[in-house]
Design a protein around this ligand. Structure first.
Ligand code: SAM
Length: 290
């Protein structure tokens, strides 16, 4: 689990946004329960994936989480509006992310929303969906055909698909997604939050390259660390190592430029990277003030 607590004080976390013919920060969203319980933003479904809101966090940390969630949502919603929903969205390393349910609530669903994570994580999420009507009902409501597939590591419906796969095994990933009607011709938004850093630079590079060459029109939003070679970054790495968590991809998280480079070197036409102080500054200021 990675920590975003410093986002408002040091430009540690970045957004990189890449686009092929359009461009992309760390920490698991289930850690964000305390911030949602205090009304920083609404997430009516998080409660069904986590038992409690978690420990109290300092306001600075909550604001960092807020900037992350709002920032990613802004880009995602802009893509959905621009394509008028004639698009697909793929959350790479989705964990217990609840974006599908938010989009359903807000009537912003793409043609199909895909989620990929390790089979064990997917199995846990599918179990929650199966046993909790507030999670399963929105999926069934937008499912018109009789082909709903529900297995331990795959749930495939008309508008929502979650599948277990290793993002480092590109051919298997590609094959599984296509089996569930991934359409390379459809405008595609890919996003990864605190995921690429767990892969070696060559593994994440293969993934980003696959995305660039597979889709005719695509945008990639990536949220993860920058400035990892300064003292704070080193302490973060040491703390995680003590918990047997290695950040295999930290080399690419040195700067905004190194984050942009990973896209520009792998077939993306444009890349932009913003630190989270900048993101915080460009969010709707009336909501920031609230
Ligand atoms: C820090 S969590 C972030 C989860 C989610 N993106 C969020 O923001 O809440 C990292 C996620 O990436 C997944 N992940 C890391 N490496 C992966 C790989 N090689 N294949 C599939 N999933 C992976 C982990 O299982 C985990 O769910």
């Amino acid at each position: 689990m990675l920590c975003c607590s410093c986002t408002l004080f040091t430009p540690r976390i970045s957004f990189t946004c890449s686009h092929v013919k359009v461009l992309g920060i760390t920490g698991d969203k289930v850690m964000l329960g305390f911030a949602t319980s205090k009304g920083y933003w609404k997430d009516s479904c998080l409660q069904y994936f986590v038992r409690n809101v978690g420990e109290r966090k300092a306001p600075e940390i909550n604001r960092g989480y807020y900037a992350r969630v709002k920032g990613v949502n802004l880009l995602l919603d802009a893509f959905l509006e621009k394509t008028e929903g004639h698009c697909q969205v793929i959350n790479l390393g989705a964990g217990l992310d609840t974006t599908f349910w938010r989009l359903k609530d807000e009537n912003l669903l793409p043609r199909k929303f895909f989620e990929v994570d390790f089979p064990t994580v997917v199995a846990r999420k599918i179990h929650s969906i199966k046993t909790k009507p507030p999670l399963s009902k929105p999926i069934i409501d937008v499912h018109a055909t009789d082909s709903l597939l529900l297995e331990s590591h795959v749930l495939d419906s008309d508008r929502y698909c979650i599948l277990g796969a290793d993002l480092r095994d590109i051919s298997s990933l590609d094959e599984k997604l296509k089996k569930f009607q991934l359409d390379p011709e459809l405008p595609t938004l890919l996003f990864s939050e605190c995921v690429l850093v767990y892969m070696t630079p060559s593994q994440s590079s293969n993934l980003v390259h696959w995305a660039a060459e597979t889709f005719h029109t695509a945008m990639f939003i990536n949220y993860e660390q920058v400035n990892m070679s300064d003292r704070f970054g080193q302490v973060m790495i040491e703390n995680l190592q003590r918990r047997q968590c290695t950040l295999a991809g930290v080399e690419v998280c040195q700067s905004l430029d190194s984050q942009k480079e990973r896209f520009l070197k792998t077939g993306w036409e444009h890349a932009n990277a913003l630190d989270m102080m900048t993101v915080y500054g460009v969010l709707p200021q009336d909501d920031v003030a609230r």
